[in-house]
Design a protein around this ligand. Structure first.
Ligand SMILES: C[S@@+](CC[C@H](N)C(=O)[O-])C[C@H]1O[C@@H](n2cnc3c(N)ncnc32)[C@H](O)[C@@H]1O
Length: 455
């Protein structure tokens, strides 16, 4: 393990700094955890991941600190939990980094001039999240709760309280763990497929309530549920459910949710409308930036009163209902049944009659929409990170919308899908990044695509 002077020039997807080193006449990439572009440091070189030509390095001493390095990282636990890999980088440098990343990904399809600056937090605003998903570990004598370590299922101590989340979430998690320990309950063991406490999802809806959903590996007694409910209530939870999931896998929120406090839902206000959400329905996690994201998407869509709008991957109908307020009709498509139920309920509760919803995969519903003669001038699509399923871009273009407003949390999949749309006669006319996930490497992006005349 030799000591080397390294100049950090970039950040990898893992959050580690990247430096380059000349060896045997070629450039070798060196990953340096904790390094930021502009840092110069001495580090011990180690072999990189098996089968790769790259190296890793452990920093020993800073020779020069990056001018973009914060005096104090946003969170002292950031490098432990791995959730905020950019926490040591100043906020303007984070936004600049995200825009450069996007420009690289779209170099061959979108001229630099069409990429807007990242829409970031306003001065003085702090990063906030309305959702936490924590896991339990250990036997009842040593029960702990917190986040998983990066790339593993090892629960990290001291991570139940996240500075981005409202304080009641950490209090609730610790109170549930304490109640569980007193009841003699241990954590779910995913190797043996046994144990009681598995995961805890929490959502904050501000004045609309505080939601908790406990996932257990086995059915709990009425007495245990009553103690856990009291622990949640005293920590500030207003609505709670439990579900039993003893199946292996990475998605703990499976199984029927049974309310144990309130009706198991909360109501979120967004852009002047109210939306009921449940543990199993989707909701954007950043309460400050989500209304800005939606306003941006709608301003790009330029909806006219006579327009029909199709909103694919619509969740609980947030954008569908916001679009329906401006359009003649809006149609939302979503695969999760609970979300469609809430979307219909949300339309009614907001007095919106011009919205309809269908439940199913976008690829399956689009041909039905075409057969029914629904011809939207605007299609909004907000798919999961992996982007559009096979055939969806083709099915959208078969409806011949003038505009496609594509909202993406996975910029790589967005670039792939924009290339597909280009072959189908659509050109990107604006690419607008939004910082929905401050302190992380993620960036949300809204692409406006317009049909090229004559295509
Ligand atoms: C990124 S979320 C967007 C939700 C909504 N636009 C919002 O802002 O709240 C993606 C949604 O797509 C849904 N979904 C995932 N795969 C789908 C598919 N194949 N067809 C339709 N919806 C799908 C998910 O359940 C989720 O609600």
């Amino acid at each position: 393990m030799t000591l080397q002077k390294l100049f950090i020039t970039d950040i990898a997807d893992s959050g580690a700094g990247i430096a380059w080193r000349q060896a045997a006449g070629r450039s070798v990439r060196v990953f340096v955890p904790g390094g930021l572009p502009g840092d110069v440091l001495e580090a011990r070189l180690m072999p990189g991941p098996a089968g790769s030509h790259s190296l890793s390095a452990r920093p020993e001493r800073f020779l020069q600190r990056s001018p973009s390095r914060r005096e104090k990282p946003f969170c002292p636990q950031a490098c432990v939990c791995g959730g905020c890999p950019l926490a040591a980088l100043s906020y303007p440098a984070q936004l600049d980094f995200k825009r450069r990343r996007l420009a690289e990904l779209f170099r061959d399809i979108v001229p630099e001039g069409l990429i807007r600056p990242v829409l970031g937090l306003e001065p003085g605003e702090r990063p906030v999240r309305n959702k936490a998903l924590l896991h339990f570990a250990g036997r009842s004598e040593a029960l702990s709760v917190g986040l998983y370590a990066p790339g593993s299922h090892r629960v990290l101590d001291q991570t139940a309280r996240c500075p981005q989340c409202p304080a009641w979430m950490g209090e609730t998690a610790l109170a549930v763990a304490q109640a569980g320990a007193k009841l003699g309950l241990g954590a779910w063991d995913e190797r043996r497929l046994e144990g009681a406490l598995r995961a805890l999802l929490m959502r904050d809806a501000g004045e609309g309530g505080r939601l908790a959903a406990l996932v257990t590996g086995e059915k709990l007694s009425a007495q245990a549920l009553s103690r856990i409910r009291e622990a949640m209530r005293s920590a500030g939870v207003t609505s709670a459910s439990v579900c039993v999931n003893s199946e292996p896998g990475n998605a703990p929120l499976r199984g029927e949710m049974t309310p144990i406090l309130g009706d198991g839902s909360v109501r979120v206000s967004l852009c002047g409308l109210g939306f009921r959400v449940r543990p199993e329905t989707f909701l954007q996690v950043n309460p400050l930036q989500t209304p800005r994201l939606y306003d941006l998407a709608l301003s790009l869509a330029q909806i006219r009163p006579q327009d029909r709008v199709l909103d694919l991957y619509c969740g609980v109908g947030t954008l569908t209902l916001l679009a329906a307020r401006q359009a003649r009709e809006a149609f939302g498509v979503e695969i999760v049944r609970a979300s469609v139920e809430e979307a219909e309920r949300n339309a009614e509760a907001n007095g919106i009659r011009s919205a309809r919803f269908a439940c199913g995969p976008a690829a399956g519903i689009l041909p039905e929409i075409a057969r029914a003669g629904f011809s939207p001038r605007i299609v909004i699509a907000d798919p999961p990170r992996k982007g559009l399923e096979a055939g969806v871009a083709e099915a959208i273009s078969a409806l011949r919308p003038e505009k496609v407003v594509y909202i993406a949390c996975g910029p790589g999949a967005l670039a792939r899908d924009c290339r597909r749309f280009a072959q189908l006669g659509y050109r990107v006319s604006a690419l607008c990044p939004v910082d929905l996930f401050p302190e992380t490497l993620h960036v949300e992006t809204v692409a406006l695509m317009s049909r090229v005349e004559g295509k």
